[in-house]
Write a protein that binds this ligand. Structure first.
Ligand SMILES: [Zn+2]
Ligand SMILES: [Zn+2]
Length: 263
């Protein structure tokens, strides 16, 4: 499996991906908002885009569908309940569905509600797994729930699915937000030296060749995976005096999400 990460440089800071079968050159474009950019990368490399995968229905993820379908005839795949919001959807995905690209690539669809209620993440069935996370999990952060989502569902997705994946899973998010997210981590947990070191490393990173984090790294630097950390809880109790000394992980997640909304 070849993963081509494409930095758009647009105001939304989108990352697009081409997931390619090395044997046949068939490619699936993930969230190709800037479809012309995806097309030009595919053309340069000699790849054929035959499928489009939308992780969810927000316009900066689906806005390139029409142009890319016109140019390539690619089929559009998305969450099975996104039919009404994604025009021209060809295949609705359920949890556990397998998406094939060419002869060699298989990706597993995960039903991951929270950012919206029609969100899928894709997990590659490779020895060293890759996870395409859309707007569910970002480097050092999580998606907001302001436009069609629910924080409680997002917590459940993290708790019951994402946190259980292999630690060596590579994380490929839909947007580049790492520096700002690390600042939030440090705001909540000033003693997190791993986050501080990483922030210094990524602040001026080349976005054509950015850091690819893993789930293991996220568990060190992403506040939303650190729900039992005593410093995070102590700081949270300053913002929310009613919070018990030993709050459950769901409450911690929800309070962190609430703080992040206005941070
Ligand atoms: Zn979104
Ligand atoms: Zn987005």
């Amino acid at each position: 499996m070849i993963v081509e990460q494409i930095w758009t440089g647009n105001d939304f800071r989108n990352f697009h991906y081409l997931v390619v079968c090395p044997e046949t050159g068939e490619a699936m474009a993930i969230d190709p908002y800037d479809y012309a950019l995806c097309l030009s990368v595919a053309k340069d490399k000699g790849w054929d885009i035959t499928q489009i995968l939308n992780t969810h229905e927000h316009f900066d993820h689906i806005g390139g569908n029409e142009g890319l379908v016109k140019a390539t005839g690619a089929k559009v795949l998305a969450h099975k309940n996104a039919k009404r919001s994604i025009k021209g959807m060809d295949r609705g995905l359920d949890a556990g569905d397998v998406i094939r690209v060419g002869r060699t690539v298989e990706l597993l669809a995960l039903d991951t509600p929270g950012h919206t209620m029609c969100h899928v993440c894709l997990l590659s069935k490779t020895e060293s797994p890759s996870l395409f996370t859309g707007d569910t999990l970002f480097n050092a952060g999580v998606g907001h729930c302001k436009y069609g989502g629910h924080p409680r569902e997002l917590f459940r997705t993290f708790e019951s699915q994402l946190s259980k994946l292999d630690d060596n899973t590579a994380i490929y998010p839909g947007h580049e937000y790492i520096s700002n997210n690390l600042r939030f981590t440090l705001d909540r947990e000033p003693g997190n030296t791993r986050a501080a070191t990483l922030l210094a490393e990524v602040e001026d990173q080349d976005l054509q060749n950015p850091l690819i984090s893993t789930l293991a790294l996220e568990k060190e630097i992403n506040t939303f995976f650190r729900l039992q950390n005593p410093n995070i809880i102590a700081n949270l109790r300053e913002s929310f005096p009613d919070l018990p000394e030993d709050p459950d992980v769901e409450t911690v997640f929800l309070k962190l999400r609430e703080l992040r909304d206005s941070w």
